[in-house]
Design a protein around this ligand. Structure first.
Ligand code: XUL
Ligand code: CO
Length: 439
């Protein structure tokens, strides 16, 4: 039985189309910079918001109408939901999906029962993957909803909870491996603190590193070769999350000898909560060879929390695609819609409007970014701005040929530094507008 009987498979119709159930910019087979759009994006749909989100908020219950879901926590309902999910993935032409263990299968009364539920739903996921060709971008474990994780999972003060979390990740890795998952994600959830007064931060960080090393070891043991990813976020639900941004994550990985095994899964709304732009996070991670994947969404300028909205802003998508192209793409990662429809957008068709609109916004962003790159639109300004480093004293400093004393001699002879040149920020902002106008 169809969950979305009125929805056709979404097709590309081109920018002139007024059909909200057609792509205007996302043309899967169109080649940009030598690669199809399909391969640039590797679009992925998240299970948690799209199939478990109810539209509840702290002030009221869920509003979402989901006729395929009987609202129970039965394994049978979870299996039916999986079939509905694959119908949506296929109709959106999304090649990937992503899940937490507890999104796809109900938690049981014991770890053993939870694992059995997970296996029973994984059977259907495997079947549906086989039937549809849709693949698993990444799996992860939900170690933040159950009350046992109130103090954290790998960073809890309760050693038994650490052991439970380890067992849960072991199982999530096995299922991700069984389903051919191409990555495995750790988002920190409650790995942080509410008040340093009651927290042994050093001990918690040591435990987190130990946990990650155990995960790396176990992946090796079972032959899982997917990429491990850490997803930075500065706060929410904790006041201070240890994986607060790309720089903090990379410092942690380096300090604990984990850089060879992890890259980052960057999320727009997390970047802005950390006080960064998404392009900053992409460029920072990319510069260190750690750009793994992205969770595509956006926050709201006027709201200070993780609103997880679908991105439709061409400036944002252009900036993101520009830095993704600059750093050579997402590798085994993808553009994963960690985004939820608003509580007021409660009908099933809204799930389609949301994804189609955002896929189009990313596709147009890609085209704008590629057009800018073809003309070296930003690079020309950047190269000119840094040209003092290309020869003379700049080149000598970069080559490590001079020391403080040499630079003093140089400057004593010269008398003063060469004059500065304008940064041309306003001009460059207009240059970006020009490309947005043209594409
Ligand atoms: C939470 C968040 C998570 C991770 C996966 O803000 O983004 O859904 O993506 O645990
Ligand atoms: Co996320």
């Amino acid at each position: 039985m169809s969950a979305f009987p009125e929805i056709p498979t979404i097709q590309y119709e081109g920018p002139q189309s007024d059909n909200p159930l057609a792509f205007r910019w996302y043309n899967p087979e169109e080649v940009i910079e030598g690669k199809t759009m399909k391969d640039h994006f590797r679009f992925s749909i998240v299970y948690w918001h799209t199939f478990r989100g109810t539209g509840s908020d702290p002030f009221g219950p869920g509003t979402a109408v989901r006729p395929w879901d009987d609202g129970t926590e039965s394994v049978e309902n979870a299996q039916n939901r999986a079939r509905a999910a694959f119908e949506l993935f296929e109709k959106l032409q999304a090649p990937y999906y992503a899940f937490h263990d507890r999104d796809v299968a109900p938690e049981g009364n014991s770890l053993k029962e939870s694992n059995a539920h997970f296996d029973a739903v994984a059977d259907v996921l495997a079947e549906e993957q086989q039937r549809s060709g849709v693949k698993l971008l990444w799996g992860t474990a939900n170690m933040f909803s159950n009350p046992r994780f109130m103090h954290g999972a790998a960073t809890t003060c309760n050693a038994d909870v650490f052991a439970f979390a380890a067992a849960q990740v072991k199982k999530a890795l096995e299922v991700t491996h069984r389903l051919g998952g191409e990555n495995y994600v750790f988002w920190g959830g409650r790995e942080g603190y509410q008040n340093l007064y009651n927290t042994d931060m050093k001990r918690e960080l040591d435990h987190l590193a130990k946990f990650f090393h155990m995960a790396v070891d176990y992946a090796k043991e079972i032959g899982f070769t997917g990429q491990f990813l850490i997803e930075p976020k500065p706060k929410e639900p904790t006041k201070h999350q240890y994986d607060s941004d790309a720089a903090a994550c990379l410092n942690f990985l380096r300090a604990y000898d984990l850089t060879d095994h992890f890259k980052l899964n960057l999320e727009t709304n997390h970047a802005t909560l950390a006080g960064h732009t998404m392009m900053h996070e992409l460029d920072y991670a990319g510069a260190q060879g750690a750009l793994g994947s992205i969770d595509a969404n956006t926050g709201d300028l006027l709201l200070g929390w993780d609103t997880d909205q679908f991105a439709t802003d061409y400036y944002l998508t252009t900036q993101m695609m520009y830095y993704i192209l600059k750093h050579g793409g997402l590798g085994s990662g993808g553009v994963n819609f960690d985004a939820k429809v608003r509580r007021e957008s409660f009908e099933p068709i809204d799930l389609f409007y949301a994804h189609v609109g955002s896929m189009d916004a990313y596709a147009k962003g890609l085209k704008i970014a590629a057009a800018m790159r073809a003309d070296n639109a930003l690079e020309n300004y950047i190269n000119d701005r840094y040209s003092s480093w290309d020869s003379g004293i700049g080149a000598k400093i970069e080559a490590g040929e001079v020391n403080f004393a040499d630079l003093e001699t140089y400057m004593l002879e010269k008398g003063d530094a060469d004059e500065n040149q304008s940064g041309r920020q306003e001009l460059i902002e207009s240059v970006v507008n020009r490309y947005i106008d043209r594409v």
